[in-house]
Design a protein around this ligand. Structure first.
Ligand code: ADP
Ligand code: MG
Length: 371
């Protein structure tokens, strides 16, 4: 037989009640003769009649059974009254206990159907109140994830549209004969296609790091060696733009506990950004120092800087301070720093940026635990 929680509670109250009534009756039955004898004996003594005539002598026996009948009749009525009041009360209590659970069941069904704004009233500090509280937290998290997913799709669509529109425009111009079929035109189309390619690569990398679908191959890593590799990699573009790159690392640095490839990815990303946002003639410096049980790495540049209101958001995905400038300077899609953040945090470190303001350069900091 399937019973609701409310019914089970009600039945259990009922059982407790019935047991109480039965025990009451049985206890009265057992203790009544003794109690009667004592009290009647006292009364007789007070009335001056001969002592020693307890229950057992004829007249008193009849008196006792009359009293007993009266007593149990009163007891039966009292039990009936108590039972009916208790029935109403237990019905009310079992209802009020099962109501919040029913509300949560309803709410979780709504959430499962995709209505993430559903919440349950979370009053009380007992277990039910806690359950309601954690249900609401869960619904809130789901709602956030859903919002993020929607925004991500919107952002991706937007990012894809710009190069696609350019490619489509160029192709239509070519077909209509408005654009000359020169290598220049084709190069432009190829550049937009390359941008799309880049974006797709970025997205793939972003989804990998965001889902945590990558494993860190942690081991002792020498920062000076890694920085040297990054410098060699970026020497050509730095020279081409006329920006100097300086490594300012102490000779004897403790090794880091890191994944070489991933850490190199972070460094290259930051150094690439520094190059991208620093005009010709500027300089970029990579420095590091040990802070407690961590290494603090710093990439600073003399570039365009970051206005303070943008600082907290540049690690958000697709966030760019100046979208049009970023496109002109051949910037990426605004996920580079997001990827850096995930990678650094996966190492157990933190990453942040500082900048005195526009045109005054910026500095990016991150920490990595020591080996
Ligand atoms: N060194 C820097 N100097 C000034 N602004 C920077 C620097 N690095 C990053 N930014 C700002 O942060 C934004 C996000 O950087 P990132 O995630 O690498 O995206 P992007 O693909 O635009 O390089 C950039 O668009 C830029 O506005
Ligand atoms: Mg970048």
């Amino acid at each position: 037989m399937k019973l609701t929680l409310g019914a089970k509670l009600f039945l259990s109250y009922l059982a407790v009640l019935l047991v109480g009534v039965v025990v009451l009756a049985a206890a009265a039955q057992v203790s009544l003769p003794g109690a009667y004898g004592r009290h009647m004996g006292q009364m007789m003594e007070m009335m001056g009649q001969g002592a020693g005539r307890g229950p057992g002598s004829g007249a008193l026996d009849a008196e006792f059974s009359n009293f007993r009948a009266g007593f149990f009749e009163a007891l039966a009525w009292a039990a009936l009254a108590a039972l009916s009041v208790a029935l109403v009360v237990s019905l009310f209590i079992s209802r009020s206990l099962s109501a919040p659970i029913r509300a949560m069941t309803r709410a979780s069904r709504r959430v499962a159907e995709g209505h993430y704004s559903e919440r349950v009233p979370a009053g009380g500090r007992d277990e039910l109140g806690q359950l309601a509280g954690s249900f609401n937290t869960m619904a809130e998290k789901l709602e956030q994830v859903e919002t993020m997913r929607r925004r991500l799709i919107g952002d991706v669509a937007h990012e894809l549209r710009t190069p696609l529109t350019a490619i489509k425009g160029s192709m239509e111009g070519l077909v209509d004969g408005i654009l000359p079929a020169t290598p220049d035109t084709f190069e432009q189309v190829a550049a937009e296609a390359e941008r799309l390619n880049h974006l797709v690569d970025d997205l793939q990398e972003l989804s990998r790091v965001e889902s945590g679908a990558f494993t860190l191959d942690l081991g002792p890593v020498s920062l000076p060696e890694l920085a040297e590799t990054a410098r060699k990699r970026l020497a050509a573009p730095y020279a081409a733009k006329g920006v100097s790159l300086t490594l300012d690392l102490p000779a004897a640095l403790l090794p880091l506990r890191a994944d070489t490839d991933r850490l190199l990815q972070v460094l290259t990303n930051l150094l690439n950004n520094a190059l991208q946002y620093t005009p010709a003639g500027g300089s970029v410096t990579l420095s590091a120092e040990v802070r407690g049980r961590e290494m603090l790495v710093r990439v600073s540049d003399t570039g365009i800087g970051i206005p303070p209101e943008h600082l907290p958001r540049i690690f958000d995905r697709f966030y760019r301070v100046d979208k049009s400038r970023s496109r002109q300077t051949g910037g990426g899609s605004g996920v580079g720093l997001t990827i850096c953040k995930y990678l650094v945090e996966a190492h157990g470190g933190r990453i942040w940026a500082e900048s005195p303001g526009e045109g005054q350069g910026s500095a990016f900091f991150f920490t990595i635990p020591l080996a």
